[in-house]
Design a protein around this ligand. Structure first.
Ligand code: AKG
Length: 270
C-alpha cells in the first residue's frame, strides 16, 4: 500500500518519506515547506479508494448523492449562517430525510452501525477564499448532549454555538462513525482531510503520542468528488490543510451512534 508521511525536523524543516509498500522507502527528502505542487505530487501516489473502514478507519462511498439530491441538500443547508468556519447544526428538521437510516447519508452510517444508527451531531465546514484554515493532528473527543449532568468519566465540558459539548468515556467514541458529505470537489490542493490509517484502534492518545503515531504510521489524503461521502471511525487521528489556492470547500460532517444514550446523559441529536 502506498503511504507518505511529513514530519517536522529538529531544524524546523520538514522530513518527507514516501513508501510504495509498508517497508520499502522509495523517496526521502527534507524541505522547508509543503508546497501545493509537492502535495499534488504526493497525491498521485495516494489511491484513497482502497481504504477500508475496519482495517484503516476510513472508507469512500463514491457518488453516494446524485446531483438532484445534492441540490436538495444545499437547499436544506441554505438558511445556516455563513460567518463561521464550522457551523454547528442544533436543529436539522430539513436535513432529517438525508440523515435518517432510510436516507442516502444515514444509510451509509447504517452499513457500519446497523439500523439503530442515529445522527448525534452535524457541522457544516465551509472553506472559502475569505475563511480558509488548517487544523493540526488530533482525535475528535467530544459529543453534544442535552444537559449538563454530573457523571463519572465525562468531562471537561464546553459550550459551543449554544450546544453543550462534553468529552465522554472513550469507548463511546469508539462505537461511533463520522460521515463527511462533499458538496465540492476536494483535490489534493482543496483542503483534503489527512488521516493516519489504523489509528482508530489505538485508544485515546496523548498529544505527544498523536505526533508519534503520525510519524511512525504515515498519512493518507482523503480526496473526493462532489457527491462522495467518506465514513470514518470517529477516533481516527486526522488533520486538515488549508486550501491552496483558496477555493470553496463545503463538507457536511455528521457523527452517528447506535448507543441508546451516553448514559447517564442524553444525546442532543439533530
Ligand atoms: O473539515 C476540516 O477541515 C477539518 C474538520 C476536522 O478536522 C474536525 O472536525 O475535527
Amino acid at each position: 500500500m502506498n503511504r507518505w508521511q511529513v514530519s517536522r525536523s529538529a531544524q524546523g524543516g520538514l522530513n518527507v518519506v514516501l513508501w510504495v509498500t509498508a517497508d520499502l522507502v522509495v523517496e526521502r527528502s527534507t524541505t522547508t515547506e509543503v508546497s501545493a505542487t509537492f502535495i499534488s505530487m504526493l497525491a498521485r501516489f495516494d489511491r484513497t479508494a482502497d481504504l477500508d473502514l475496519y482495517q484503516d478507519g476510513a472508507e469512500l462511498f463514491s457518488q453516494a448523492l446524485n446531483e438532484a439530491a445534492l441540490t436538495r441538500l444545499e437547499a436544506a443547508l441554505a438558511a445556516l449562517p455563513t460567518n463561521a468556519p464550522g457551523v454547528r447544526i442544533g436543529e436539522g428538521r430539513k436535513l432529517k430525510p438525508f440523515l435518517e437510516v432510510a436516507g442516502p447519508i444515514g444509510g451509509i452510517a447504517a452499513t457500519a452501525l446497523g439500523a439503530d444508527a442515529r445522527p448525534v451531531r452535524a457541522i457544516l465546514f465551509d472553506k472559502t477564499p475569505e475563511r480558509n484554515w488548517a487544523l493540526g493532528w488530533h482525535q475528535d473527543r467530544t459529543i453534544v448532549v442535552r444537559e449538563r449532568v454530573g457523571a463519572d468519566g465525562f468531562g471537561p465540558w464546553t459550550l459551543k454555538s449554544g450546544l453543550i459539548q462534553v468529552e465522554p468515556p472513550f469507548d463511546i467514541l469508539e462505537r461511533m462513525v463520522t460521515l463527511r458529505v462533499h458538496l465540492d470537489q476536494v483535490d489534493a490542493n482543496n483542503a483534503p482531510l489527512r488521516i493516519v490509517p489504523g489509528s482508530h484502534r489505538l485508544g485515546r492518545l496523548r498529544e505527544a503520542e498523536v505526533q508519534r503515531v503520525v510519524t511512525t504510521s504515515g498519512e493518507r489524503l482523503c480526496l473526493a468528488e462532489r457527491g462522495d461521502v467518506w465514513i470514518y471511525a470517529t477516533p481516527i487521528v486526522h488533520a486538515s490543510l488549508a486550501a491552496d489556492p483558496p477555493r470553496r470547500r463545503r463538507v457536511l460532517q455528521v457523527d452517528y451512534s447506535a448507543d441508546a444514550a451516553p448514559y447517564p446523559l442524553a444525546w442532543h441529536g439533530i
